[in-house]
Design a protein around this ligand. Sequence first.
Ligand code: ADP
Ligand code: MG
Length: 426
Amino acid sequence: MDPRAALREHFGFDDFRPGQEEAVTAALAGRDVLVVMPTGAGKSLCYQLPALCRDDLTLVVSPLVALMQDQVEALERIAPGKVGLVNAQADAATNRATLEAAVRGDLRALYVAPERFSSRAFLDAMKETKVGLFVVDEAHCVSQWGHDFRPDYFRLADAARWLGADAIVASTATATPEVAKDIQERLGLQDPALVSTGFDRPNLSFGIARCGTTKDKERRILAALSEDGATPAIVYAGTRKNTDQLAASLDAALGVRVEPYHAGLDRDTRAEVQRRFMSGETDVVVATNAFGMGVDKADVRTVCHASVPASVEAWYQEAGRAGRDGAPGKALLFAEAKDKSLHVFFIQRAEVDDAAIDKVAHRLFARVEGNRYDLGVDELSYLVTEDGDGSDRVRAVVGHLARAGVLRPAPSTPDRLRGRLEAPYD
Ligand code: ADP
Ligand code: MG
């Protein structure tokens, strides 16, 4: 089947985005694929479309139930009754029924967590059906170089082989050469089609504002979020305390619903906040970086950072949650001198004062050329220069980082901060 016709038929999209057609064609032909694209680029379609076109079962392994649920709900609308999810939170009878449907050949795609492959009953059931594609989403979880390392990802290569899958399709937003090599080795990819797009997100504009005081910062964030079309929005506020405070003052001043989200809230509360944000009942979530990987809302218009993120990569990844639908999005970073000195204090770097920024600029590029991986807040501070639109500068730096292969996702809790603080980042 012509991939473009299938794209139109199943998803109603007229065109592939960069890289998608290549990935889809390779997967349809039963070739291993490694897809490396930034967040929001459309990696899921690279395996979902082949799954719907093939007549065998595609297994999709993903690390988070929330990620799987979003995808299953979306696919259920496109192909009712053809997708399933086996998950530890569902009751045994539901899971059993889903597996039976898969074995009967009713399903085109079955989503599972990596832990599932330690279940004998699951493996035996899968052995009874023809597994075509074996998809490993967020494949950087297999690599100890990544920050989301999952030991359960280790056994996936063996499972795929044992099940006799035609091909493995791995996808990730992590672009470092180490991680890519690790993924290929640990998943045992055979002569994979390597599909990689640039990391530029042309629909995003970047703004960096240096603020005089915390009050000044709050005022500017309020102004940015008051503009027409600025919401839905996410505001990253660094610490739990700042998150609660900023959420309360924005909620009082903004005239739309603003809620906080951080790991200090209980699980049910967090799930509710996320649900209300996804459904549009809540317009703005003020969060720590705990609001992350599971959040897949396509129409986020603004991502604000009310504190300097831990690295350029952390910033770019979080900023990338704006504009996933392709419509314009804004990434605004609000920084005051204090933020920088806090980070510098935390990471116990040598003091970086304003006079040193010039040197930092040189170091940034020297490190990029030298393929070093410890880009940090002092380099980011280099970007924080004047008020106004810093897009060109950010694009230049991000482009440089991506070309040099050093753009990597944010650590979920920066290792270098662990033990020094009381988990202010989650
Ligand atoms: P990723 O996994 O790379 O972060 P997703 O697969 O979640 O990104 O896709 C992001 C958004 O882009 C989704 O809303 C998806 O429907 C949309 N999308 C993907 N491919 C296309 C396309 N070819 N045309 C239009 N929209 C697309
Ligand atoms: Mg994805």
